[in-house]
Design a protein around this ligand. Structure first.
Ligand SMILES: Nc1ncnc2c1ncn2[C@@H]1O[C@H](COP(=O)(O)OP(=O)(O)OP(=O)(O)O)[C@@H](O)[C@H]1O
Ligand SMILES: Cc1ncc(C[n+]2csc(CCOP(=O)(O)O)c2C)c(N)n1
Ligand SMILES: [Mg+2]
Length: 339
């Protein structure tokens, strides 16, 4: 396997700094730190997300998908803030034992780097630096985006009477994980794509600035994540479970009950969960439609305490599973190392 610095030079040093996506980066990969020029009138949105083998992704998933996914889930937090991507940093922990075979190691790294770098170009998030270490396979991605000052979407702006809405469709992430565990390996399968090749809702987040009263991305599951908005905003919520937009093919793959459960508490969807004053809903739907994205109303914000009955109904609908929480969710079975 290549030594640390050869590996960085070969796979993670973007060619040149003239590209549109690297504008504002005075110094990128290669020094002790990167140097950036913030744009005046903008706030920086910064977030870090760690993906660990067997916890967030199966170790035997295609390397290219892992590069794509690690960046996508981090960029999704920028989308949730209504920010656009600018830069990212990638801390990669590689399992040297699993990459002992030189050819296999190079094929894995080339695929991984392609998935990650394609994502950098696609989401205008230039790789500005990182870290490479050895240990259990894990990828930690810091993203930095920007948003016109004062316009970021927060979790704390929901008000009683606001509509609760979601972009796209739900349950596909959990559905894809379930299919992967059943042995499905076709990355063109729409549900597998939702799990392994998620698309951060950047366009939607930016289009919702000034229209949504609060927003976040759905990583842990709709119910768990709605809980964060409720808590940050001091409101309760009532959901129309029958109105949830389900990912294509989810019902056929999992059955109706499991499909609803996946949409409510499965997680890994990386859609946006937003609240809006009712008067803004139609305008927001039109704005997103122009980008080919659906925005579906699924409930209402109500006064604290008034959502309780709905919570009980949801508890029943999900068999008590409210979403992903590290340390309390079951440990997934480890996967076989790739050979
Ligand atoms: N180790 C930590 N130190 C300081 N703040 C943290 C730490 N871990 C999480 N946080 C903060 O807690 C909040 C919730 O973190 P969390 O990782 O759950 O974000 P999220 O967007 O809800 O989920 P995801 O990780 O799926 O993007 C964020 O504001 C985050 O910055
Ligand atoms: C192999 C495998 N098993 C289980 C899951 C499910 N899962 C793990 S962490 C998480 C929430 C988001 O993580 P975080 O809150 O750390 O961003 C979810 C839904 C998965 N993705 N892969
Ligand atoms: Mg988030």
């Amino acid at each position: 396997m290549l030594a640390e610095f050869d590996l960085i030079r070969r796979y993670f040093t973007p060619g040149g700094t003239a590209g549109a996506e690297s504008r504002g980066m005075t110094l990128g990969v290669g020094d002790d730190a990167s140097l950036l020029l913030p744009r005046s009138g903008h706030e920086l949105a910064v977030s870090v997300d760690t993906s660990v083998v067997d916890v967030h992704f199966p170790g035997d998933a295609p390397a290219r998908a892992l590069g794509h996914r690690a960046l996508a889930v981090a960029v999704s937090d920028l989308a949730a803030m209504g920010a656009r991507g600018r830069f990212c940093w990638m801390a990669l922990t590689l399992d040297a034992q699993r990459l002992a075979d030189e050819h296999a190691a190079e094929a894995w790294l080339a695929g991984y780097a392609r998935g990650f770098m394609d994502g950098c170009a696609r989401w205008e998030t230039a790789l500005a630096g990182g870290d490479v270490t050895s240990g259990r396979l894990a990828i930690s991605v810091t993203v930095m985006g920007e948003v016109p000052a004062g316009q970021a979407l927060r979790r704390s702006g929901a008000r009683v009477g606001d509509v609760v809405a979601v972009t796209g469709a739900l349950g596909g992430g959990a559905g894809g994980l379930e299919l992967w565990q059943r042995g499905e390996r076709d990355l063109d399968h729409p549900l597998l794509r939702r799990y392994l090749l998620p698309e951060p809702a950047l366009e939607a987040g930016m289009a919702l600035r000034g229209l949504a009263s609060s927003a976040m991305d759905i990583s842990d599951g709709l119910l768990a994540d709605l809980g964060h908005i409720r808590c940050a905003s001091g409101v309760d919520a009532v959901l129309k479970v029958d109105a949830l937009p389900l990912a294509d093919g989810l019902g056929a793959a999992l059955g109706a009950d499991e499909a609803r459960r996946a949409a409510l508490s499965g997680g890994d969807d990386y859609e946006l969960l937003v609240t809006l004053p009712p008067a803004n809903l139609a305008r927001a739907q039109q704005a997103l439609e122009a980008a080919g994205i659906a925005l579906t109303a699924i409930g209402r914000c109500v006064a604290p305490g008034e959502g309780q009955n709905a919570a009980e109904i949801l508890e029943t609908a999900t068999g008590g599973r409210r979403g992903w929480q590290h340390f309390t969710s079951p440990d997934p079975a480890p996967t076989e190392p790739p050979r």
